[in-house]
Design a protein around this ligand. Structure first.
Ligand SMILES: [Fe+2]
Length: 156
């Protein structure tokens, strides 16, 4: 686990994002917690007709989690209190949709597949979404960096 965590951290430090294929939800959560302190966890899918974009079948403009833009508020129909200080956003795809739903991270366009993990640096890249969410279901975790000596990754 330590070597995987080190690899993921190095990749995030260098490129600001990483995709891990063929993961599972348990491992995803353990990996995310090794990156810092979890400050939020949610299911992302098409559940509601109004409210937060992460629960609706709607495109999302480029934004940064924890920082509510006027553009995002316009799409979502209101302002929401979000945890500030989100350093990493991790997404685990429980199941993908038959329709093409694209996750945008900077200029990357990623069509997430079931079992895939996407982690990106929330400070370095804006992100968004384009296309129908349909039956796609994600777990989203928000992580706040903590001093290295306090992370689970370095605990023996
Ligand atoms: Fe977001």
């Amino acid at each position: 686990m330590k070597s995987t965590t080190d690899f993921v951290k190095a990749r995030l430090a260098e490129f600001g994002w990483i995709i891990i294929p063929d993961c599972n939800a348990d491992y995803f959560i353990i990996l995310m917690v090794s990156l810092g302190k979890p400050v939020g966890m949610a299911l992302v899918g098409a559940f509601d007709e109004e409210g937060r974009g992460s629960r609706r079948d709607t495109d999302l403009p480029m934004h940064r989690d924890g920082v509510y833009s006027a553009q995002l508020a316009k799409v979502q129909g209101g302002f929401y209190v979000e945890q500030p200080g989100i350093d990493f956003v991790g997404l685990y795809c429980i199941c993908d949709s038959e329709e093409r739903c694209v996750t945008l991270v900077g200029d990357q366009e990623i069509e997430m597949k079931g079992g895939q993990v996407l982690i990106f640096d929330n400070n370095r890249y804006l992100h968004g979404r384009r296309g129908p969410v349909g039956s796609r279901l994600l777990i989203r975790m928000w992580i706040q960096k903590v001093p290295e000596e306090k992370t689970n990754a370095t605990k023996e």
